[in-house]
Design a protein around this ligand. Structure first.
Ligand SMILES: [Zn+2]
Length: 304
């Protein structure tokens, strides 16, 4: 959306014009009885009064798309995960209405600190900021917070964060959706190593921000697995990623196509929308969480 639009002049005719503009930029919103012509799915675009309507309309379900700033091979922008996850989340929210939190990229990325442009906050900061963010979302009515993960390096952080919600009572539930690529279907893939900035991720970026894909530069570095560690399966080290992919590139972006990107992005958007619908309908998790918190305050009594 244009940053030059003056949102203070959001009069009725402006709203109609904006609706016309939005309908060309985004798919039509879900027809589930929006209280006005169009409520934005962007948290930061809602007025205070509209925010109240938006939270009611989303049934207290809010999205926190989680990106990162890190090198993505020689050909994709540093914000690839942030741009892709926001594109997928915003389109999913248009299909199944929910409020989407602004840009968030404060996750785990120590393994790329040797590359230019990486922002790697301390682990204490990552956990504290995420907790305060979801706490503040919940204080504003988001009793179901769905974190949509756009970055593979968060795949230990986020389940740990969700598990740690059981340490003390919260009046909201944290859900995580951590899939970005379908395991099968769509145009056949040409590469076998297809992880970071590879065929799939480059293809999706061709949908989210084609203007930022420099596909001609993709062969400029090797994204091959260098197998520099010799350890048995089941033994983990933090340096494993650097040992295998020292250029912070895992795959071959030159194999990417618009068709693959379209298939995968549509799958991603549809999967997030399905998750939002299921979470809106979930009346079990919060109830069980409350039961658990109550019992955990006096564990010895629960066995009498
Ligand atoms: Zn990525």
């Amino acid at each position: 959306m244009s940053p030059h639009l003056d949102r203070k002049c959001y009069c009725v005719s402006g709203l109609l014009l904006m609706s016309a503009f939005l309908s060309s930029a985004y798919p039509a919103p879900a027809q589930t009885g929006a209280p006005q012509a169009k409520l934005s799915v962007h948290w930061e675009e809602l007025t205070g009064a509209d925010f109240i309507d938006a939270i009611k309309h989303s049934q207290g379900t809010c999205l926190l798309p989680f990106g990162i700033l890190e090198k993505h091979g020689p050909h994709l922008p540093l914000g690839t995960d942030l741009l892709d996850v926001r594109y997928a989340s915003l389109h999913a929210a248009e299909q199944e209405y929910t409020v989407v939190f602004p840009e968030y990229y404060f996750g785990q990325i120590f393994e790329a600190r040797h590359e230019p442009g990486t922002i790697a906050y301390s682990r204490e900061m990552q956990l504290a900021l995420l907790q305060e963010t979801t706490d503040e979302m919940a204080r504003n009515g988001c009793k179901k917070v769905l974190i949509v993960n756009g970055h593979g390096g968060n795949n230990s952080l986020l389940p740990f964060f969700a598990q740690s919600q059981l340490a003390k009572p919260h009046d909201y539930v944290v859900y995580i959706f951590d899939e970005r690529t379908p395991s099968s279907g769509g145009p056949p893939k040409k590469t076998s190593v297809d992880q970071h900035a590879g065929e799939s991720e480059t293809s999706k970026m061709m949908i989210a921000r084609p203007d930022l894909v420099h596909q001609d530069r993709a062969p400029g570095e090797s994204g091959a697995d260098q197998h520099r560690e010799n350890l048995p399966d089941g033994v983990y080290t933090g340096i494993w990623w650097y040992a295998r992919f020292p250029e912070h590139y895992a795959g071959d972006g030159s194999a990417a196509t618009h068709e693959l990107g379209e298939y995968q992005m549509n799958w991603w958007i549809g999967s997030i929308a399905k998750s939002i619908a299921a979470i809106k309908a979930d009346d079990v998790s919060l109830k069980l969480q409350n039961e658990f918190y109550e019992k955990s305050a006096h564990p010895l009594d629960t066995r009498q």
